[in-house]
Design a protein. Structure first.
Length: 115
Protein backbone atom coordinates (compact mmCIF):
# COMPACT_ATOMS: atom_id res chain seq x y z
CA UNK A 1 0.00 0.00 0.00
CA UNK A 2 1.40 3.35 -1.06
CA UNK A 3 1.41 6.02 1.62
CA UNK A 4 2.55 9.64 1.54
CA UNK A 5 2.83 11.69 4.73
CA UNK A 6 3.48 15.42 4.49
CA UNK A 7 4.74 17.66 7.27
CA UNK A 8 6.36 21.03 7.82
CA UNK A 9 3.51 23.41 7.19
CA UNK A 10 2.64 26.26 9.50
CA UNK A 11 2.09 29.96 9.96
CA UNK A 12 4.78 32.26 8.58
CA UNK A 13 5.12 35.96 7.87
CA UNK A 14 5.55 37.27 4.33
CA UNK A 15 9.17 36.92 3.28
CA UNK A 16 9.67 33.94 5.57
CA UNK A 17 10.60 30.35 4.79
CA UNK A 18 9.29 26.87 5.37
CA UNK A 19 10.48 23.42 4.35
CA UNK A 20 7.87 20.80 3.61
CA UNK A 21 8.65 17.10 3.75
CA UNK A 22 6.83 14.12 2.29
CA UNK A 23 7.78 10.61 3.36
CA UNK A 24 6.74 7.94 0.88
CA UNK A 25 6.34 4.22 1.54
CA UNK A 26 5.11 1.22 -0.39
CA UNK A 27 6.83 1.89 -3.72
CA UNK A 28 10.38 1.81 -5.16
CA UNK A 29 10.94 5.44 -4.26
CA UNK A 30 14.14 6.00 -6.22
CA UNK A 31 12.47 4.95 -9.46
CA UNK A 32 9.57 7.39 -9.49
CA UNK A 33 9.09 11.09 -10.17
CA UNK A 34 7.33 13.14 -7.50
CA UNK A 35 5.38 16.34 -7.39
CA UNK A 36 4.09 19.01 -5.06
CA UNK A 37 0.69 20.59 -5.53
CA UNK A 38 -1.39 23.10 -3.61
CA UNK A 39 -5.03 23.97 -3.22
CA UNK A 40 -7.06 26.76 -1.69
CA UNK A 41 -10.75 26.41 -0.84
CA UNK A 42 -12.97 26.91 -3.84
CA UNK A 43 -10.19 26.43 -6.37
CA UNK A 44 -8.75 23.48 -8.21
CA UNK A 45 -5.58 21.84 -7.02
CA UNK A 46 -2.63 23.30 -8.90
CA UNK A 47 0.80 21.95 -9.69
CA UNK A 48 3.76 23.64 -7.97
CA UNK A 49 6.91 21.64 -8.67
CA UNK A 50 8.14 18.24 -9.81
CA UNK A 51 11.30 16.22 -9.65
CA UNK A 52 12.24 13.28 -11.82
CA UNK A 53 13.80 10.06 -10.62
CA UNK A 54 17.15 11.40 -11.86
CA UNK A 55 16.79 14.73 -10.06
CA UNK A 56 15.62 16.96 -12.87
CA UNK A 57 13.27 19.68 -11.63
CA UNK A 58 10.58 21.96 -12.99
CA UNK A 59 8.48 24.68 -11.39
CA UNK A 60 5.34 26.65 -11.94
CA UNK A 61 6.24 30.20 -12.93
CA UNK A 62 4.65 31.57 -9.74
CA UNK A 63 7.26 29.88 -7.55
CA UNK A 64 10.32 29.83 -9.78
CA UNK A 65 13.29 31.32 -7.96
CA UNK A 66 11.62 31.01 -4.56
CA UNK A 67 10.84 27.30 -4.15
CA UNK A 68 13.21 24.35 -4.48
CA UNK A 69 12.15 20.73 -4.76
CA UNK A 70 14.62 18.01 -3.80
CA UNK A 71 14.66 14.36 -2.89
CA UNK A 72 16.59 12.06 -0.59
CA UNK A 73 16.26 8.54 -1.94
CA UNK A 74 17.93 7.08 1.16
CA UNK A 75 15.13 8.52 3.30
CA UNK A 76 12.26 8.02 0.82
CA UNK A 77 11.54 11.71 1.23
CA UNK A 78 10.81 14.60 -1.09
CA UNK A 79 11.18 18.17 0.11
CA UNK A 80 9.88 21.57 -0.87
CA UNK A 81 11.99 24.45 0.38
CA UNK A 82 9.89 27.61 0.21
CA UNK A 83 11.59 30.97 0.55
CA UNK A 84 10.33 34.54 0.28
CA UNK A 85 6.80 33.37 0.93
CA UNK A 86 3.93 35.55 -0.21
CA UNK A 87 0.32 35.88 0.90
CA UNK A 88 -0.76 34.06 -2.26
CA UNK A 89 1.26 31.00 -1.27
CA UNK A 90 -1.29 30.27 1.45
CA UNK A 91 -2.77 26.86 0.65
CA UNK A 92 -2.90 23.21 1.57
CA UNK A 93 0.16 21.56 0.08
CA UNK A 94 0.10 17.98 -1.16
CA UNK A 95 2.71 15.63 -2.54
CA UNK A 96 1.82 13.19 -5.26
CA UNK A 97 3.29 10.06 -6.76
CA UNK A 98 2.29 8.07 -9.81
CA UNK A 99 3.44 4.47 -9.72
CA UNK A 100 2.20 1.47 -11.62
CA UNK A 101 -0.47 3.58 -13.27
CA UNK A 102 -1.91 4.63 -9.92
CA UNK A 103 -1.89 8.14 -8.46
CA UNK A 104 -1.55 8.57 -4.73
CA UNK A 105 -1.82 11.78 -2.72
CA UNK A 106 -0.80 12.61 0.80
CA UNK A 107 -3.17 14.12 3.34
CA UNK A 108 -1.71 17.59 2.93
CA UNK A 109 0.01 20.13 5.14
CA UNK A 110 -1.35 23.63 5.64
CA UNK A 111 0.75 26.69 4.87
CA UNK A 112 -0.52 30.08 6.00
CA UNK A 113 1.32 33.26 5.09
CA UNK A 114 0.08 36.10 7.24
CA UNK A 115 1.37 39.24 8.87
Amino acid sequence: QVQLVESGGGLVQPGGSLRLSCVVSGIPFAAVPLGWYRQVPGKEREWVAKISNTGGTDYDHSVTGRFTISRDDAKNTVYLQMNNLKFEDTAMYYCRVVSGGNTTWGQGTQVIVSA
